[in-house]
Write a protein that binds this ligand. Structure first.
Ligand code: HPA
Ligand code: ZN
Length: 352
């Protein structure tokens, strides 16, 4: 809101405001929310043997050097998911954590191919996740939707087969995305499958410009016709692309703790989020894989703002507002959430 007096919000109020403000999460892989304790509990329940002796040994392996070193462990963790209730339990645990961080809307990625290759039916995956989303809406008043992601290290034919298998369940998810190993797997590899998803009326997003070059962001836009870019932080290497993203109001779902853990930036103080916002880009803050990268939404907000003094109350408001505007919710829900956000900031700006 242009009339909001951000300068009236004292700096000491910022941490409380970051935690309390309503927000949307637009980039969370549900398999990346599996905490080591839950991995071991599900392994025991399902008789799955893990290549790690204990919760502590598994956690100790979370020292990543790049995206691939993380993905190897992430896929091993997901191997304990077999039954509908496993998918429910995983999503329920995430939704409880998200609600505690005042996330009031979330668009959750899931990777069906990680499960169908192990013989888990697509229906088992989607039913467990969908059940958790519905129950969370009833019991915690959190709005939760699903986005199906294709694994880009696999072929387009496999992605197409996954989409065809998923389409009978189209009422249970709102869109499709593209994740896993980025380098060497450009968006255009999935042109046909995204065209088919578009025909089916699904929303489209793709990871691009996390480890891959700005050219991948361009082809996600021009070939896949995505509506948001997941990560996208490498756009700054191409100033004309930055201008275009700003002019189009294209949202970037930035994941600060993830970027530091996967060595996209050396430290949080090196993160380019302030530059992205200063360039007028519609950036948002998200947790990506919170069980692996050191925290959920509020931890991401707290550590990002603590390390980057350029970020203050104005940027907190912009990031939260962007998260609602860039969501795939309807206009009525968006304006309702933005009103709630305005109230939180007006209260913080008023004298005690
Ligand atoms: N990038 C790509 N694929 C992923 C990620 C990520 O950050 N998290 C889970 N799958
Ligand atoms: Zn991601």
């Amino acid at each position: 809101m242009s009339t909001m007096n951000f300068d009236a919000i004292p700096r000491w109020r910022l941490p409380g405001l970051l935690r309390a403000m309503p927000k949307a999460e637009l980039h969370i892989h549900i398999e990346g929310s599996l905490e080591p304790e839950l991995i071991f509990r599900l392994a025991q329940r399902n008789g799955v043997t893990l290549p790690y002796a204990s919760v502590e040994a598994l956690r100790a392996a979370y020292a990543f050097t790049d995206l691939q070193s993380f993905l190897d462990i992430y896929y091993a963790g997901a191997s304990v998911l077999l039954k509908e209730e496993d998918f429910f339990d995983m999503a329920w645990a995430y939704l409880e954590r998200a609600a505690a961080d005042n996330v009031i809307h979330t668009e959750i990625f899931f990777d069906p191919q990680t499960h169908t290759v192990r013989g888990v039916p697509f229906e088992t995956v989607i039913k467990g996740l969908d059940h958790a989303c519905h129950r969370a809406h009833q019991e915690m008043r959190i709005s939760a939707k699903l986005i199906l992601c294709f694994l880009r290290h696999l072929s387009e034919d496999e992605a197409m087969a996954t989409l065809e298998e998923a389409l009978p369940y189209k009422h249970h998810f709102i869109g499709v995305g593209l994740d896993s190993s980025e380098r060497g797997h450009p968006p255009e590899k999935f042109a046909r499958v995204f065209a088919r998803a578009r025909e089916a009326g699904l929303h489209l997003v793709a990871h691009a410009g996390e480890e891959g070059p700005p050219a991948y962001i361009r082809s996600a836009l021009d070939v896949l016709h995505v509506e948001r870019i997941d990560h996208g932080v490498r756009c700054v290497e191409d100033p004309a692309l930055v201008q275009r993203l700003a002019a189009e109001g294209m949202a970037l779902t930035v994941c600060p703790l993830s970027n530091v853990k996967l060595c996209v930036f050396e430290t949080m103080a090196d993160h380019n989020l302030p530059a992205l916002l200063a360039a007028g880009l519609k950036a948002t803050i998200n947790s990506d894989d919170p069980a692996y990268f050191g925290g959920y939404m509020n931890q991401n907000f707290m550590e990002t703002f603590a390390a980057l003094p350029q970020l203050g109350a104005r940027e907190a408001y912009t990031l939260a507002r962007n998260s609602f505007e860039a969501s795939f919710a309807d206009a009525g829900a968006k304006s309702h959430w933005i009103n709630q956000l305005d109230l939180a900031f007006e209260e913080a700006a008023s004298p005690q």
